[in-house]
Ligand binder design. Structure first.
Ligand SMILES: *[C@@H]1O[C@H](CO)[C@@H](O)[C@H](O)[C@H]1NC(C)=O
Ligand SMILES: *[C@@H]1O[C@H](CO)[C@@H](O)[C@H](O)[C@H]1NC(C)=O
Ligand SMILES: *[C@@H]1O[C@H](CO)[C@@H](O)[C@H](O)[C@H]1NC(C)=O
Ligand SMILES: *[C@@H]1O[C@H](CO)[C@@H](O)[C@H](O)[C@H]1NC(C)=O
Ligand SMILES: CC(=O)N[C@H]1CO[C@H](CO)[C@@H](O)[C@@H]1O
Length: 390
């Protein structure tokens, strides 16, 4: 089921989200005012549609298409890999982070015994995220290209994940088409591309681009990415970043035009501990020497977790083991009217142009408050922007 009522309940729950300090974060009155406004808009939307959405004809039709599409994706992925063995199943339950943790997001079993109840596998209460105050972290890079497969030859080994994300506008209960969605994540040993700074020394430095890319949502608000399961790094629980641009202009070189459109959503997907430990028992995750931070210990997931908010994607093993890769999917409720461009949680650490990657020393020219930087070298966000330097 689409569970739009859940999305909207999340919107309401977010109103109580406290502002939590983070090194380098700024909270000037202007920013706070915008945040409060954004929350008001969300509250109004949530109130209006609570309960109402789900039974609408278009929501039911969308749910039906979701089931068919996800089942088809799994079938295609299995065929492509020549997997013939039966996968398996799982179920979920609970509220709040610990509870969500205990839920089984693992839906692998379903194909076994030849029972293909697609509705119960691919249609069951998909997760939704709607939290306006989640930082994009210190590793967002502007200027990535549109590509579905973000794995590169180098530094992208790991457990394959085909991720489907669906965006629903909480104001209208409709999918959001045409959104340009940025994805970025650490590799199996916990290192991001495109950033070379304390704690994260990418091979290839600012020029590297592995595990980053952009996709555009289709008419059902859906994007797909081929990536790997992210590795962990010091101080943060395992996560995948997603950032949603609306009305942005796609340039002929497959990058987004600087300054075009709005940033309607900044979010992080967390991965449940059972799956994380299963993945991290495999090579090359086993060679990751950084300390593990659990979901419960992570500052941002604690901030995001809520009784009605499940931050973990559903997933399914494509074959018998992790070697065959995973299909994971999640539905995200966003407020298409929101714009976090000027929000302190939106910060651009680096950018790519025709000459390669560069540290961004002034995020203000592109928007973004430069917040969330963990190290001195980045918290200042000095003064060269893509627009200024190209
Ligand atoms: C979805 O959640 C609702 C309410 O939480 C529950 O009644 C329903 O059985 C769930 N559906 C599935 C398919 O898990
Ligand atoms: C992750 O990236 C770093 C540098 O960017 C590299 O040294 C490391 O080998 C990569 N890990 C894997 C598993 O490729
Ligand atoms: C997911 O389910 C499959 C099939 O039952 C099982 O083999 C696998 O170990 C499970 N993985 C996790 C992380 O629970
Ligand atoms: C893509 O094109 C734009 C506009 O010409 C340019 O500013 C930008 O640097 C280019 N990006 C890359 C990665 O070549
Ligand atoms: C001005 C404009 O084009 N607005 C559009 C931005 O994107 C949203 C979501 O796709 C549309 O609903 C708006 O019409």
């Amino acid at each position: 089921m689409v569970q739009l009522s859940k999305v909207l309940a999340i919107a309401a729950a977010c109103l109580a989200t406290p502002a939590i300090a983070h090194p380098g974060e700024k909270h000037d009155p202007h920013v706070l005012k915008r945040q409060i406004h954004a929350r008001d808009v969300m509250a109004a939307a949530g109130k209006r549609s609570l309960g109402g959405c789900e039974s609408t004809l278009h929501a039911r039709e969308l749910a039906r298409r979701n089931v068919a599409r996800r089942a088809h994706t799994v079938q295609k992925l299995r065929e492509k890999r020549g997997i013939t063995s039966a996968p398996q199943k799982y179920r979920r339950n609970l509220a709040a982070l610990e509870k969500w943790e205990a839920i089984d997001h693992n839906r692998t079993d379903a194909y076994q015994h030849g029972v293909i109840n697609q509705e119960s596998i691919f249609g069951a209460n998909t997760s939704c995220i709607l939290t306006p105050t989640v930082t994009d972290g210190p590793y967002y890079v502007w200027g990535e290209v549109v590509r579905e497969n973000v794995k590169e030859k180098l530094y992208s080994d790991g457990v394959d994940v085909h991720l489907e994300v669906q965006y629903i506008d909480i104001n209208t209960c409709h999918p959001v088409p045409g959104a340009l969605v940025d994805i970025w994540q650490a590799n199996a040993t916990g290192v991001y591309s495109g950033i070379s700074t304390s704690g994260n020394y990418a091979a290839g430095g600012w020029d590297s681009t592995y595990l980053r890319g952009i996709q555009q949502t289709n008419q059902d608000g859906v994007v797909n990415f081929d990536s790997i399961f992210p590795g962990h790094y010091d101080g943060r629980a395992t996560h995948t970043h997603l950032l949603t641009h609306l009305n942005a202009t796609l340039l002929p070189n497959k990058t987004l035009e600087v300054g075009s459109g709005s940033v309607a959503h900044i979010g992080q997907l967390f991965w449940n501990e059972v799956l994380r430990s299963a993945v991290e028992a495999t090579y090359p995750y086993t060679s990751n020497t950084q300390a593990i931070t659990t979901n419960a210990d992570d500052m941002w997931s604690v901030l995001q977790a809520d009784a009605s908010y499940d931050p973990f994607p559903e997933y399914m093993y494509l074959g018998d083991s992790l070697d065959d890769g995973l299909f994971a999917w999640i539905q995200i409720g966003i407020n298409a009217m929101a714009d976090y461009t000027d929000n302190s949680y939106y910060s651009i650490a680096a950018y790519h142009d025709a000459n390669g990657g560069h540290e961004n020393s002034d995020s203000s020219a592109m928007g973004g408050g430069g917040g969330g930087a963990p190290s001195d070298s980045m918290s200042g966000m000095p003064s060269a922007s893509p627009s200024a330097s190209s």
